[in-house]
Design a binder for this molecule. Structure first.
Ligand code: X5A
Ligand code: ZN
Length: 672
């Protein structure tokens, strides 16, 4: 099952024909540069090329009014003066004799993508389109957008395939108000957007973009706005919002399809966004969405105006859709105060709608809305304001950033170490190594209780880890007699090798000795139902769930809000995922865990399971191979005692782990 890439050169064939400061950045090169980069890196070749089509009138009328469509239809026949005139009724947009044709192709490309994914022709895909769509409204063009490509795609998918729930993730740096207006009273489409806002100073300067616009009537709770009130947001800010807001809500919502308004003006170097997230963050944002909806994900290009950062970000996204391991995330030094203020407010505003947020902190005593500035009443006033603050054209001081390192997938994706008689699933390599007598003797000294069989296993396990270190093998699974012994063996090996940090995730009560292990070389996160009393150290984190892992909601909450942020901040070079029998975890939740952890350590995960769990080999191998985990279904409310315990743990740990923070210090938040 592949990845669709939809592109047609025709969409480069319109441009701005007069002078307009606001529109000059929306150029045809945005598309050619992105596509060329995909070709040059060989990524385009690995995708399934799907042709565009023109959206029909009926498609367009799913979202737009007849009057508006009729108006746009006439634009190919207008003179230059008439085009300018037509353009004037809208904000920050331009028309061209060929834009109507391109707009039909852009919307049609999104529909082709939905068709390819929904029919199972491909697993996921990306459409490179111009004009973008998310600002356009029922009867108005806006912000370079003519037809609302993604909104049309959402309605089309619901209508044609009868799906119940669509998630739209808008990571463009602008608020897609067109999408919000289209679905604000509709609980079947969950719209999430983060956007540069600056207390309503930033375009499109709408009150409707603030965190307290949560949707209307039946759709209340299904519109999630994260206003960025400062520029310069970084990887940590984006990941925090994913872990503590978007993902918990998305998993509770359980979409049948994920659409992404994939604008890359939220990346570093963009003249509009002025944010500082690196292009490789889009590998992680993409990866984190790929286990929702059984992997059915359609990304449709929106903004992105720094041509370098744009093409780098597009490549990161497509390469992740193709299944290559994500790069190690860089500079995760914790979210800034302003981001935490925003996160705090959005979580509080949505507390009443989502059970995953029921125990989120209430609205802070400072209200970021009260900082909303008085908007200038006229353009003259605006000009005056600009001169006072001296913010005229300060774009010169542009920051440089390193090119994202080349990503590659190891020659062997997944290797399995299985006892004789246990079959090796398709697509995986059965791993074997001959006993190295020197190593066997060393191991025999360390593991006095080990049988000869055990020693053979530990020997192979060591060889497997070594191949992972050399990137010859991506990830692996070993079915062993004694998970605890195998865990210790791998950790000790890793400590002596070049591996810097190992994240150990234990599901169930495998005992992992921690003597002298709190030097930061390993971080142990253990899920069980054993009350373990005090938090042991920064690097040993017992997560106690009342019903163990059998309560999927509580487990998911712990994984998204605790394990992922810890894992990202720790940034291991190897993830060791150990599971003991009787953990109570269902296959789907286990596969979600395995899939999500693949975002860490460049996908280097080693799974250790007890021999008795051989029935789980198939599902685990499939997740390790990058097949999307099955959806968990709509999640019920987790046990209140679990939520409270998790919240307490998060609070206790957030002094040490900044990515666990969800609120800003109450002193107020002027500093960045
Ligand atoms: C799609 C998109 C931005 C419009 C900015 C107008 N539009 N100032 O990124
Ligand atoms: Zn944008």
């Amino acid at each position: 099952m592949g990845t669709a890439l939809i592109y047609d050169e025709e969409m480069t064939k319109y441009k701005l024909l007069w002078i307009d400061r606001a529109c000059k950045i929306e150029v045809p090169e945005r598309l050619t540069v992105s596509h060329d980069a995909l070709v040059k890196t060989g990524l385009a070749d690995r995708c399934v090329a799907v042709p565009v089509r023109e959206a029909t009138d009926a498609d367009i009328l799913l979202v737009h009014s007849e009057e508006y469509l009729e108006g746009v239809k006439k634009t190919p026949y207008l003179t230059l003066e008439e085009l300018k005139e037509f353009t004037l009724q809208y904000g920050d947009v331009y028309f061209h004799p060929n834009i109507y044709h391109c707009a039909k192709l852009a919307a049609g490309a999104a529909l082709q993508l939905v068709d390819s994914v929904m029919t199972g022709k491909v697993r996921n895909g990306m459409a490179l389109v111009r004009p973008p769509g998310h600002h356009s409204m029922r009867s108005a063009a806006c912000g370079f957008c003519v037809f609302n490509n993604v909104a049309i795609a959402a309605r089309y998918a619901k209508q044609k395939y009868g799906i119940k729930r669509v998630l739209i993730v808008d990571w463009d740096v602008h608020h897609g108000q067109g999408v919000q207006y289209c679905f604000e009273d509709d609980p079947s489409v969950l719209y999430f957007s983060w956007h540069r806002y600056e207390h309503q100073k930033f375009w499109p300067q709408l009150r409707d973009s603030d965190y307290d616009c949560v949707g209307k009537e039946k759709g209340a709770g299904f519109n999630v706005n994260v206003p960025w009130n400062k520029v310069g947001m970084k990887n940590s800010d984006y990941l925090s919002v994913f872990c503590h807001l978007l993902l918990p809500i998305a998993y509770e919502f359980s979409p049948d399809l994920v659409l992404v308004c994939a604008g890359f003006d939220s990346a570093i170097g963009d003249p509009e966004g002025e944010m500082r997230a690196s292009p490789d963050i889009f590998a992680h944002l993409t990866h984190l969405l790929m286990n929702l909806a059984g992997g059915k994900l359609c990304a449709v290009l929106e903004g992105g105006y720094n041509l370098t950062s744009l093409h780098q970000s597009v490549c990161q996204t497509v390469q992740t859709l193709l299944g290559d391991p994500a790069p190690r995330p860089a500079n995760l030094d914790g979210p800034c105060t302003s981001a935490l203020e925003s996160l705090h407010c959005v979580r509080a505003a949505h507390r009443q709608y989502w059970s995953c947020l029921k125990h989120a902190a209430e609205l802070p005593s400072y209200d970021i809305s009260t900082k909303r500035i008085k908007l200038p009443d006229s353009e003259e006033e605006e000009e005056e304001e600009r001169q006072k603050t001296g913010e005229e054209e300060k774009s010169a001081e542009e920051e440089a950033w390193p090119e994202p390192p080349k990503r590659f997938s190891p020659p062997v994706s997944t290797a399995l170490l299985l006892p004789e008689g246990v079959a090796c699933p398709d697509g995986c390599q059965r791993f074997s190594s001959s006993d190295d007598p020197v190593l066997v003797n060393k191991l025999r000294e360390k593991f006095l209780v080990a049988s000869d069989d055990d020693l053979t296993t530990l020997c192979s396990l060591t060889a497997l880890v070594e191949k992972m270190e050399k990137h010859e093998i991506g990830n692996g699974l070993a079915l062993v007699r004694d998970v605890s012994m195998a865990t210790v063996c791998v950790v000790q090996h890793a400590a002596t090798a070049h591996r810097d940090r190992v994240l150990i995730v234990c599901v169930g009560d495998a005992s992992v000795p921690r003597k002298g292990a709190d030097d930061g070389k390993t971080l142990l996160v253990q899920f069980s139902n054993k009350e373990s009393g005090e938090q042991k150290s920064k690097f040993h984190i017992p997560v106690c769930l009342h019903k163990g892992c059998s309560d999927v909601s509580g487990f998911t909450q712990a994984v998204l809000g605790l394990l992922l942020p810890l894992g990202y901040e720790y940034d291991p070079s190897l993830v060791l995922l150990a599971r003991t029998p009787g953990s109570g975890l269902c296959d789907a939740a286990w596969q979600q865990l395995t899939g999500l952890l693949q975002g860490l350590a460049q996908g280097h995960t080693l799974v250790l399971m007890q021999e008795a769990e051989k029935a789980c080999v198939g599902p685990t191998a499939s997740s390790l191979l990058g097949v999307a985990a099955p959806p968990l279904g709509k999640l019920h409310a987790p046990l209140p005692e679990d939520v409270e315990a998790l919240e307490r743990l998060r609070l206790a740990l957030q002094a040490d782990w900044k990515l666990l923070r969800t609120t800003a210090p109450e002193t107020g938040g002027e500093e960045h």
